[in-house]
Design a protein around this ligand. Sequence first.
Ligand code: ATP
Ligand code: MG
Length: 248
Amino acid sequence: MSSTSLIELNNVSKTYSTAAGDFPALKNINLKVGGGEFLGIVGKSGAGKSTLLNMINGVDELTEGEVLVAERADGRKLSIHDMSEDARSLWRGKNMGVIYQSFQLLPMLNLLENIMLPMDLSNNFHPRRSRERAMELLQLVELEEHAQKLPAFISGGQQQRVAIARALANDPLILVADEPTGSLDSLTADHIFDVFEHLVHDQGKTIIMVTHDMGLASRFSRSLTIADGELQNGQDALNFDRTTAGQK
Ligand SMILES: Nc1ncnc2c1ncn2[C@@H]1O[C@H](COP(=O)(O)OP(=O)(O)OP(=O)(O)O)[C@@H](O)[C@H]1O
Ligand SMILES: [Mg+2]
């Protein structure tokens, strides 16, 4: 692994086995992401965007290759898929916020509790502080007045914003976001983009976001295209932004 990239995918392939036979959803992906990048991955429905994110966040197993991540403090390299599932969740809890395309809110917890949960599971914050912080994050996504509601009683776009707030709960170094503005109107999507840009530019966070909205490409610090499970312009995928790399 090069000394400065934060995330590195080497020859990553993912093949789904289905009743109809094997389906290659990702084909030999090579990608380097620098610390402090706002990387957008754009592609049509079915191109492999969610599959790719689920390799990077270690939520799903890969068929071939490896995903390496540099550790926060000393630049140590970790192979995400060499960790046990428990170790992986623990690692994610400390280092990576994940926004799922289908939100994955817990239906029996209210919005505040949904956002508190990752903090309480990771012990990153004192329980009193986690409640306070959850409320601040709800304010950030402009949902504080709904704090006590269950997810079933808010709109899809509101659920998406709760999922965004929850991903930020542990103040992760890396944010991995699957169509995080897909259910939002353009004004609200703009606000979320502002929040993301602030995280990258002012706090040195790294964001990897996928979207099918080609119109957003200009707002990323780098944007790549995926089609039929392959990253286009293979060379661009390796040329991460070294000027921001390594920022904290
Ligand atoms: N669990 C699965 N089993 C079999 N095939 C799958 C599975 N998940 C995804 N696929 C297939 O892999 C391909 C890529 O799917 P993926 O969900 O990554 O696409 P996507 O780019 O995220 O699409 P969208 O924009 O619609 O979310 C698709 O052809 C899909 O049908
Ligand atoms: Mg998807």
